[in-house]
Design a protein around this ligand. Structure first.
Ligand code: PMP
Length: 367
């Protein structure tokens, strides 16, 4: 009967809860080893299998070409705000980098890069992060070491639905909050990085995918744990990596694979985000999303309640009602206020329908 139970559970749990059950099942005794991944040496053969499995799954899911290295590093997305310039701004003598600044996260990355070279923001400063300036208005520097952008601005809900054209200059993207939410052509990039904690796992590990020929240009002051060449050559094992987070990422990637890969995630994410944006659009201004339609994020939907600038009392009531219905973490980032619905891969269509239903109900009651 335990076989039947496991079988039934696997049918019922097609959502990402499967991953947590698997981790729970293996927590005390990983694959017959008698110990937990939490206790395992990062030099053990069991962990070696785990990190290789995780890398291979990632290569398969993103179709990563062979001339790219994959690393699992610490320091978070913010660590890479420094890692990118420390490793790449020296690619050309001028030490210049182009930044497209469309929200909090690319602004922070640009600020960090200024410590290591010249940063050129390629468009006039935006007064609000609600759009992507038209590429025809960008002044890209042909002798820049790289062009940097954040593919999905998590706080402001601004997402690129195109890949910037850089005329041959190395392209770098922070995909922390939309990683594996849709397919991506890795070959167009010099480097992609993503903290795991949104779409592919838990906090503690950051994926860096980098084209091999860009390695070996780190500034001499680059901390060795952030030196891509060192970490790539040592299979991310220069020092102790975040073993458990890498293991969890492997389980999540397996789940993504079993559920149709990045293309299937994209279909679901389109469907989910449309459910929320449609309600906003049809609400006659009761719900308001400040972001221009063409770059509205499928991952993070920011909106105000009551009126365009938001009605604090109504928003408070909205959040309380949501919480009573088991919907949490809907409060907008403290820097922008309002509401933010994050619809990462782990959020199901059913979860999204519950939010949509609540939004309709709230609208009817207060309009
Ligand atoms: N980039 C993006 C797009 C993010 O959303 C975040 C965090 N939410 C970061 C970078 C920073 O990541 P971390 O907190 O892992 O440093």
């Amino acid at each position: 009967s335990s076989f039947l139970l496991v079988f039934l559970r696997d049918i019922i749990l097609c959502d990402v809860l499967q991953v947590l059950f698997q981790a729970q099942k293996e927590l005390l005794n990983y694959s017959g080893s008698g110990i937990s991944v939490l206790e395992m040496s990062h030099r053990s053969s069991d962990f070696n299998k785990i990190i290789n499995k995780t890398e291979n799954l990632l290569r398969e899911l993103l179709n990563i070409p062979d001339n790219y290295k994959v690393m699992f590093l610490q320091g978070g997305g913010s660590g890479q705000f420094s890692g990118v310039p420390l490793n790449l701004i020296g690619l050309k003598e001028d030490r210049c980098a182009d930044y497209i600044v469309t929200g909090t996260w690319s602004a922070k990355a640009a600020k960090e890069a200024e410590k290591y070279g010249k940063v050129n923001v390629v468009h006039p400063k935006l007064d609000s992060y609600t759009k992507i300036p038209d590429p025809s208005s960008w002044t890209l520097n042909p002798s820049a070491s790289y062009v940097y952008y954040c593919c999905n601005e998590t706080v402001h809900g601004v997402e690129y639905n195109f890949t910037p054209e850089t005329n041959g200059v190395v392209l770098v993207s922070d995909m922390s909050s939309n990683f594996l939410s849709r397919p991506v052509d890795v070959s167009k990039f010099g480097l992609i990085f993503a903290g795991a904690q949104k779409n592919v796992g838990c906090a503690g590990v950051t994926v860096v995918i980098v084209r091999e020929d860009l390695l070996g240009h780190a500034l001499k002051e680059c901390p060795i744990v952030l030196d891509y060449k060192v970490q790539a050559e040592m299979n991310s094992l220069y020092n102790t990596p975040p073993c458990f987070s890498i293991y969890i990422m492997g389980l999540v990637l397996e789940w993504i694979k079993n559920n149709g890969g990045s293309a299937a995630m994209e279909t679901l994410n389109k469907q989910k985000s449309a459910m929320i944006y449609d309600i906003i659009s049809a609400s006659n201004g009761f719900y308001a999303c400040p972001v221009e339609t063409a770059c509205r994020s499928r991952m993070n939907v920011p909106f105000r309640v009551g009126k365009k600038e938001g009605d604090d009392a109504l928003e408070k009531e909205f959040l309380e009602g949501a919480s009573k219905r088991g919907m949490i973490s809907l409060k907008g980032h403290r820097s922008v206020g309002g509401i933010r619905a994050s619809l990462y891969n782990a959020v199901t269509v059913e979860d999204t329908a519950a939010l949509a239903g609540y939004m309709r109900e709230f609208l009817k009651e207060h309009q």
